[in-house]
Each structure stands twice: as structure tokens, then as C-alpha cells.
Design a protein around this ligand. Structure first.
Ligand SMILES: CC(C)(COP(=O)(O)OP(=O)(O)OC[C@H]1O[C@@H](n2cnc3c(N)ncnc32)[C@H](O)[C@@H]1OP(=O)(O)O)[C@@H](O)C(=O)NCCC(=O)NCCS
Length: 299
């Protein structure tokens, strides 16, 4: 690694660095920048200064410019992040799951990180998903499994705070910016944002928020990604999940959505079964990487 310096980024440098650290948006970022001898930026690394994940740690991200990879820049940035975190938090998490087979997991392992959670990413046909969910829901209704007070509604100003709190509490790896995304979508529903109000649904039981499926519209404008499915612990493992997913996929199937992207924990048998029965295509496998700081030196 020739002539590379790593320095703490000040406020004035943040506009240049933030695009590289987009996954950390919505957190208070402590950033480091790597430059060559002429001051050109080679990459950046950042820590979101807040507890996150399970077990808790600070979320982090590193991005090295493509022309400068495999020259030790990422390693130098990782060392700076670890040193800064020492004594402040017990661990670092890569804030995004890393896709198997890409350079990032090889890098993370070389830095001493370990994979903790594994998700499978699927692309599922909107009509088939909806039809399959409707058939399960009909069966549950016939067996009187859906309580009278259960209803699915749009995300709005009345339920937004409770939905954000539920997601933050129950969804492992939820973006720390989730509350901000919801607020932004409600403030300006016409703007394409991280949450699609038209295709997201909230489960309420007697007016109390008990679940949600949040989606975002993909860049093609027609298809959607399910970014989070959550139901509160009291109603887990049964009808609640099916109801809110059915009502959400109804919005897509009855509009222009041909397919959904969705993730599923490797051991979530219900969602894996849904993916298999509806012929969803397995696109990739991703893992969340964790680095325990306590008692460890820098990589
Ligand atoms: C992942 C990333 C940050 C690595 O940065 P980098 O500067 O190329 O990494 P380094 O040169 O310091 O590599 C350190 C070690 O990681 C491993 N590594 C890095 N890239 C690798 C690759 N493409 N394939 C296999 N191993 C790799 C190697 O063991 C390497 O040591 P070596 O070169 O002596 O063999 C860079 O590829 C990147 O910015 N990717 C896009 C953003 C991203 O995915 N970030 C994930 C952050 S956790």
C-alpha cells in the first residue's frame, strides 16, 4: 500500500464521503477517509454511533473506490474503525448483509469478522404469492382463526410511531433509519422514497398495531421489494403473518407489480415453504458479519 493516509473526516468532508457510506444514512456517522499522496480520495469507512443488532454493537460500512481495491485500503480503514470503537462498544456489525460469492464476505473474513445470520433472497411472482396466501387465509377464516378485531390498514400518521417502534424492537438488522423513512414517506407521499405507502400494510388488533409489512418500489416503478415483515411476539407463528402478507401482496397483485424481492432467514420454514410452493427464484444468499471488539486487537 503506497502513500495512503487515513484521517478522521470532519464536517466539511462529509458531503464528499456520505455517498460511499449510504448504508449508514440516518445514523450519526463517525467517518474516516483514505487519501493518496495527492489528496485524492481512495475510500471511506464509517461507524453509526449507536447500539444496533443482536448481540449489540455499532453498525459500520467501508467502501473503497473500485480502481483502488486489493491494495490494503479497506484493511487500513477497518483498522481505524476498530481502534475508534475500542472501549466504546463491544462489537461492530457490517450494517448490510454481505452477498455470498462477492468480494465483501472474503474481505470481512480476512478482517476477522464472522457470519452470524444467514438470509436467502428470492424473486417471487406477485400473482402466485398472492393466490397462495389467499388460499391459506381462506382456510384460516374457515377455521375461525382470525379474530374479529384484526384488520389491515395503510401506514399513516396515527400508526407510524408504533410501527417504527415495533420494527426497531423486533426486526434483527432493521435499518436504524426506519423511523425517518416512514416519516419521509408520510410527509411527501408523491415522492419515490424508501417506503411505498400504497403497497405497505399495517396489522391492527382492536386499533393497536400488531404487525406490518413494509415495501419499497423498485427503480423500474412497477415491482416491489418487501423490506420488512414483522408481527408482535404475542401473535407470531400463525394467522397474523398470513393476514398482513396477504393484504400487502393484494396491493401489488391488483396493480402493476409482476414480482417481489424478499428475504428470508435460512431457518424460517414458513417463508421458505411459501417461496418453494410459489416457485420463487433463489437469487442470492447473504450473511450478517460481526466483529467482537472486546479482548481483540485490530486486524
Ligand atoms: C470490500 C472492500 C471494502 C474491500 O476493500 P479493499 O481495499 O479491496 O480490501 P483490502 O485490499 O484491504 O483487502 C484486505 C483483504 O481482504 C480480502 N479481500 C479483499 N477483497 C477480496 C476479493 N475481491 N476476493 C478475495 N479476498 C478479498 C483479502 O484477504 C485481502 O488481503 P490480500 O489482498 O492481502 O489478499 C471493497 O471491495 C469494497 O469497497 N466493496 C464495495 C463495498 C462493500 O461491499 N463493503 C463491505 C464492507 S464490510
Amino acid at each position: 500500500m503506497n502513500d495512503v493516509s487515513i484521517e478522521r473526516a470532519g464536517d466539511a468532508q462529509m458531503p464528499e464521503i456520505l455517498p460511499l457510506l449510504a448504508p449508514l444514512a440516518g445514523t450519526q456517522i463517525v467517518a474516516f477517509v483514505a487519501r493518496d499522496g495527492n489528496g485524492a480520495m481512495l475510500g471511506a469507512g464509517g461507524i453509526g454511533w449507536q447500539s444496533w443488532g443482536d448481540p449489540p454493537g455499532f453498525p459500520a460500512w467501508i467502501h473503497v473506490m473500485p480502481d483502488h481495491r486489493r491494495a490494503g485500503v479497506g484493511r487500513a480503514l477497518a483498522r481505524a474503525l476498530i481502534e475508534r470503537t475500542q472501549g466504546e462498544a463491544p462489537a461492530l456489525w457490517a450494517i448490510r448483509p454481505l452477498v455470498e460469492g462477492e468480494p465483501a464476505p472474503a474481505f470481512a473474513k480476512a478482517m476477522g469478522m464472522e457470519p452470524r445470520y444467514r438470509q436467502l433472497r428470492f424473486r417471487g411472482d406477485a400473482q402466485r404469492l398472492y393466490a397462495h396466501l389467499v388460499s391459506i387465509l381462506d382456510r384460516l377464516r374457515r377455521h375461525d382463526r382470525i379474530p374479529d378485531g384484526a384488520t389491515c390498514v395503510r401506514l399513516d400518521g396515527n400508526n407510524a410511531a408504533a410501527v417504527a417502534a415495533l420494527v426497531r424492537r423486533e426486526v434483527r438488522g432493521a435499518s436504524p433509519a426506519i423511523g425517518g423513512w416512514i416519516a419521509q414517506a408520510l410527509k411527501d407521499p408523491t415522492r419515490r422514497s424508501a417506503i411505498d405507502l400504497d403497497r405497505s400494510r399495517v396489522l391492527e388488533i382492536n386499533g393497536v398495531v400488531a404487525g406490518a409489512v413494509l415495501t419499497r418500489r423498485l427503480a423500474d416503478g412497477d415491482n416491489s421489494e418487501i423490506i420488512c415483515t414483522v408481527v408482535s411476539p404475542e401473535v407470531r407463528g400463525g394467522w397474523a403473518n398470513v393476514l398482513v402478507l396477504t393484504e400487502t401482496t393484494r396491493t401489488g397483485a391488483e396493480s402493476t407489480c409482476d414480482w417481489y424481492l424478499f428475504d428470508c432467514a435460512h431457518d424460517n420454514r414458513d417463508t421458505l415453504g411459501l417461496a418453494r410452493r410459489t416457485g420463487a427464484e433463489h437469487l442470492s444468499t447473504e450473511e450478517n458479519y460481526y466483529y467482537a471488539i472486546a479482548g481483540r486487537g485490530a486486524a
